[in-house]
Write a protein that binds this ligand. Structure first.
Ligand code: CP
Ligand code: NVA
Length: 329
């Protein structure tokens, strides 16, 4: 039994197996073929931060596999306030067969994994978003048919969880990865060092220069302010507006077939509370991606979102059974 608290918990071949298994589970789901391989198991879902996709994907994946999933909102359990991470790990580990944790500190999810005695899955921390990566690279595999040699360019906050994960996973899987962000928002040197160690022949580029998108097969962006960050929106907007994915930026790829990925949620219009506030305060109709680009790329972006379900199912199956393939029918 294995936990998945960061990408480097798995080897390149294990990550590739997870992607293949995700595609297999997607076929089973589409064909309505029952796949209750984990009947009788129970998993806990701890969320210290909000979630739509990750929570829904873990819940439905568990149910499709025949398991029950119990949501434990951090504000409703003792964790942190009256009970330590270690004690919580021991208690939940004695009742559940696996634990998902979304929170702030990477150290907490690693402590949970050390003491739970059951697999622990990182549903996002300030440092990494590993389950997102299986869906993202699965989507690239579906779109292009291969991964090695593709070029992916991430634009925006280049030192958030998603950017860190993308840099490291892309490096491991043989993609050319570009993190395009202002100096202050570029990845930490430790993250870059991990990625460099994992890459073999594929290039890793960290730059402020948006023209580096030229030739990219895929662009990727994420929100400019991540959950839990206490920053001045105006400052972030000023820093990141030149990195917005809009038609002019897309044209700089010099490629008509470039796709755009976004882990979601996205600020592409005014139809959210924050989107409306940003519009009223700063006159911006969108932040990291303009609505026209978002709508043109909606097929791939929502395919990526749906793939969270299939990939989380593969992660649950592989870590709880130790198998990277399904039993023969
Ligand atoms: N992409 C992602 O993790 O979405 P949620 O925050 O809705 O889970
Ligand atoms: N970087 C974002 C990702 C959300 C899925 C955040 O942490 O808020």
């Amino acid at each position: 039994m294995q936990s998945f608290v960061k990408e480097i918990d798995f080897s390149k071949s294990e990550i590739l197996s997870l992607i293949e298994l995700s595609i297999t589970f997607k076929t089973l789901k589409k064909n309505k073929i029952s796949h209750k391989y984990l009947e009788g198991n129970n998993i806990a879902l701890i969320f210290e931060k909000a979630s739509t996709r990750t929570r829904a994907a873990f819940t439905v994946a568990a149910q499709d596999l025949g398991m029950a999933a119990t949501y434990l909102g951090a504000s409703e359990i003792q964790l942190g306030k009256k009970e330590s991470v270690v004690d919580t790990a021991k208690v939940l580990g004695s009742m559940f067969d696996g634990i998902e944790y979304r929170g702030f500190s990477q150290e907490d999810v690693e402590t949970l994994a050390q003491h739970a005695g059951v697999p622990v899955w990182n549903g996002l921390t300030d440092t990494w978003h590993p389950t997102q990566m299986i869906a993202d690279f699965m989507t690239l595999k579906e779109r292009f048919g291969y991964l090695e040699g593709l070029t992916i360019a991430y634009l925006g906050d280049g030192r958030n969880n998603v950017a860190n994960s993308l840099l490291v996973t892309g490096a491991m899987l043989g993609l050319h990865v570009k993190i395009i962000a202002p100096k202050d928002l570029q990845p930490d040197s430790e993250i870059v060092a991990i990625a460099q160690q994992l890459s073999h022949g594929n290039t890793l580029t960290i730059t402020e220069d948006v023209t580096a998108v030229e030739g990219a097969d895929a662009l990727y962006t994420d929100v400019w302010v991540s959950m839990g960050e206490d920053v001045d929106f105006k400052e972030r907007i000023d820093q990141l507006l030149p990195y917005q994915i809009n038609q002019a930026l897309l044209a700089k790829t010099n490629k008509s077939e470039t796709i755009v990925l976004h882990c979601l949620p996205a600020f592409h219009d005014k139809n959210t509370l924050i989107g409306q506030e940003i519009y009223e305060t700063y006159g911006l109709e969108a932040m990291e991606i303009t609505d026209d680009v978002f709508q043109e790329q909606a097929d791939v972006i929502f395919q990526e979102a749906e793939n969270r379900l299939h990939s989380i199912k593969a992660i649950l199956y592989m870590t709880m059974t130790g198998n990277d393939h399904l039993p023969k029918a």
